[in-house]
Design a protein around this ligand. Structure first.
Ligand code: VAH
Length: 322
């Protein structure tokens, strides 16, 4: 049985849907501190859902015991832009929350997956083709919390044999679930605004290249690593990349393929500095050789699926109101 924390977030919903298809609805326990609402694309709303504040150790332990949990996917976290505005809360949710789950993984012998991020790298990290093992000196509170989680997970693995697994996610694109306050959110917002107003005020500069991935690839890769035999893993934290693009690339693609007079304005804000400290592309060769990682969506595929997905959503919403 699998417990997913933060299951109502952008990735949590998609992962729970996929895991329930694979392992059975009753075997995947969704949890969050929020209440599920009818507008979320939850495939099996009848499936088990529990309140779980990751700061509440006894409550988490009770859920793990009551539901006889074997694996935990720990998605509960504050993302980069939100964390920068609430450093104290980021420390508590991202660090204490993870420590609680990790310690419970030790006590109850659970496999634990907790994502890391390209935000774990920093301004001194080589920007192109960034390898797994390199300088990790992030200058955001988000990055600092994630490096802590990576190192602590590896320590628990070495010292106590806890089956800790992690990947460094790039920016993840999806059209039916919304991101929760990251620096890469522009790559989703742009499609919603382009289809509504044919314009977008972008908070990053035109040439800000960042690694990006479509959510289907993200979830497939995550499940692949979750299910990989421990013996095939030569490390516990892997880079996982797909493609890289910048805001200007998206504007050009939208004009060429869908809307020739699409208007893009660049109004960089505090998120520019965050993006500037991150890699532009990743070397994920270890993930490819160790557990067969292979993304399917390149930038052109992502643009197509995002545009068509958001367009369909808008059409459905319009037909409901008319
Ligand atoms: C963020 N999307 O922008 C997240 C991610 C790629 C970084 O962790 O904060």
């Amino acid at each position: 049985r699998v417990l997913v924390t933060g299951s109502l977030g952008q990735l949590g919903i998609a992962l729970v849907n996929t895991l329930r298809d694979r392992y059975g609805v009753a075997n995947v326990i969704a949890s969050d501190v929020r209440k599920p609402t009818a507008d979320l694309p939850i495939a099996h709303p009848e499936g088990p859902f529990v309140y779980a504040d990751v700061l509440n150790y006894p409550l988490l332990e009770r859920i793990i015991v009551d539901f006889q949990i074997d694996w935990v996917v720990h998605y509960s976290a504050l993302l980069s832009a939100v964390a920068e505005k609430n450093p104290a809360q980021a420390l508590s949710v991202n660090i204490t929350g993870f420590q609680n789950v990790l310690e419970l993984a030790r006590v109850h012998k659970l496999r634990i997956f907790c994502p890391s991020t390209i935000g774990a790298f920093g301004p001194d990290t080589p920007k192109q083709n960034t390898p797994d093992l390199t300088i990790m000196k992030p200058n955001t509170i988000y990055g600092i919390t994630k490096v802590h989680c990576e190192l602590l997970g590896e320590y628990y693995n070495e010292k106590f044999g806890v089956d800790f697994r992690s990947v460094r996610y790039p920016g993840i694109l999806s059209y039916d679930t919304m991101p929760g306050g990251g620096t890469t959110d522009y790559a989703i917002d742009i499609f919603h605004q382009a289809l509504r107003t044919n314009s977008y005020n972008c908070f990053l500069k035109p040439d800000t290249y960042l690694p990006m991935m479509y959510i289907t690839d993200c979830i497939n890769g995550t499940v692949q690593l979750l299910e990989a035999p421990s013996t095939s893993l030569t490390q516990r934290v892997y880079n996982m990349g797909a493609d890289s693009f910048c805001p200007a690339d998206l504007a050009t693609a939208i004009r060429e393929q869908f809307s020739p007079d699409f208007q893009m304005n660049y109004i960089p804000d505090t998120r520019q500095a965050i993006a500037d400290s991150w890699p532009a592309s990743l070397d994920d060769s270890r993930a490819r050789t160790d557990w067969g990682w292979r993304p399917e969506f390149q930038t052109t595929d992502m643009v197509k699926v995002m545009w068509n997905g958001v367009a369909q959503q808008l059409a459905a919403a319009n037909s409901r109101t008319s």
